[in-house]
Design a protein. Sequence first.
Length: 403
Amino acid sequence: MTEAYIYDALRTPRGKGRKDGSLHEVTSLRLSAETLNAVKERNGLDGHAVEDVIWGNVTQVAEQGGCLARSAVLASDLDERIPGLSINRFCASGMEAVNLAANQVRGGAGQAYIAGGVEMMGRVPMGSDGAAIAVDPSLAMKAYFVPQGISADIIATEYGFTRDDADAFAVESQKRAAKAWEERRFGKSVITVRDQNGLPILDRDEYMRPGTDMQSLGSLKPAFKDMGEAMPGFDKIAMMKYPHLERIEHIHHAGNSSGIVDGAAALLIGSKEFGEAHGLKPRARIRATAKIGTDPTIMLTGPVPVTEKILAESGMSASDIDLFEVNEAFASVVLRFMQAFDVGHDKVNVNGGAIAMGHPLGATGAIIIGTLLDELERTGKSTGLATLCIASGMGAATIIERV
């Protein structure tokens, strides 16, 4: 089987996902096209150099609808003979785009792909596309549906994480992200977003709150307590599924959950022959990919079983992994991952994560693979694993090995 390599990984800064965010004036189409152009320019790609663009975006309506991937190709400087595939695996869409691309290369279906994703959460609100699991009673009742925030609180309750645990994790994420930016650890990957006149709009993540401390977080009200305890009573639905729980401890709030932001990311994935033909040096090999379905009520535990799966299929153990990137959708998700594998925080999200910098849904999976690669190179380490929890109860993972 042909090996699949990462030749480049880049991303935009993450802008606050609201009307006063720096990227609010930029459409999903334009941000996607700028990101594709950056891949083309940095790697000297001319003509029909890649087989396809696989692009993740979660809320596929309005400006993010209508096969945004193909629209982005046409809006970019890429050759129009390159098609475009839009995909949606919720929060893992960007990772799934990379994994699909890698497996296409492995299977001989083309020599190279651009893969990644975008989400402009300030322009196309999360959930505005609807969801059968939330609005169709026949499925919602069968799946014991609760909103994600309730699921995160179920994890905390089930596995014994306190509000202080979650807040301390969030404070550390902020500190690590601030240090990473201060030391320019993202310098290789973050491109500057410019307006139509070429003037810079944003060149660094703007969601971060480096002054966050336990006292400031302690003043925040639990975000999901009211929806859990009031009608329709999501806590009661959860306890029907998990009758051993006497109550749901609501510990999550805006400060220890991922931020709503705008952003895009892309990776250039190709075979050895592609690199040789274009004078490009591979940075890492994609060693393994995996996905899995999990309990849709607790929903966000997917990183644990999918990591077990990908390690088993690769003949590896957690001790073989030098660094982990686990998307910080909610603090309890990463706390549970570290608990399950007995992995220290010194190996997990060493440059902070989505709690500090935000979670642009369709792009995050690609972002964390790129962040992992940069950190492996910076520290001279070899092997990394990236994983995400996914809405409706799924998990995805990718193992990369530095070349």
